[in-house]
Write a protein that binds this ligand. Structure first.
Ligand SMILES: NC(=O)c1ccc[n+]([C@@H]2O[C@H](COP(=O)([O-])OP(=O)(O)OC[C@H]3O[C@@H](n4cnc5c(N)ncnc54)[C@H](O)[C@@H]3O)[C@@H](O)[C@H]2O)c1
Length: 135
């Protein structure tokens, strides 16, 4: 069922971090416009809820920690196996990092966001280029 313009009709899309807030809304929007959306996140329960709450057949959930390049490649493989191609990789997953109550800087404060926000996007790009996504 497509309610929108159909501009994304048949476009196979992975959206990382789509179990909540910005990309939960993006999932709805993409599905409304006809895309097949793979919600790739680490929050399994929420991710499944988002997939079923769209009411669209074309949204599904897949566990993927973007820090782990193997999981990213598996996500791309899932998309290609399920839908035959991958057209869009929307790398949204991001974290602020732990904020210590004392506001003292620690290496973890910087390393965790770097790993997810920067390396996670790199893994996404690599997973797509190696995953025969059809682009
Ligand atoms: N909401 C804002 O006002 C705002 C402002 C500026 C930038 N941003 C950035 O936009 C992005 C989305 O924001 P949001 O408000 O929807 O954030 P959010 O924290 O609600 O959602 C981020 C999602 O990423 C997922 N995630 C975290 N680590 C992950 C990992 N390793 N692998 C896969 N998924 C992971 C989380 O489970 C969550 O579902 C983030 O990168 C955020 O930093 C948000």
């Amino acid at each position: 069922m497509v309610l929108g313009t159909g501009r994304l009709e048949g476009k196979v899309t992975i959206i990382t971090g789509a179990a909540s807030v910005i990309c939960e809304a993006t999932t709805w929007l993409f599905a409304e416009h006809g895309a097949y959306v793979i919600i790739a996140d680490i929050q399994d329960e929420l991710g499944h809820q988002v997939a079923s709450s769209t009411g669209f057949d074309q949204a599904s959930y897949w566990h993927c920690d973007v820090w782990d390049e193997t999981q990213v490649k598996e996500t791309v493989a899932y998309a290609v196996e399920k839908y035959g191609a991958l057209h869009v990789m929307y790398s949204n997953a991001g974290i602020m990092g732990p904020l210590p109550a004392s506001w003292k800087w620690t290496q973890t404060c910087t390393i965790s966001p770097l790993a997810v926000n920067v390396l996670g996007v790199g893994s996404g790009n690599q997973g797509c280029s190696e995953g025969h996504g059809g682009w």
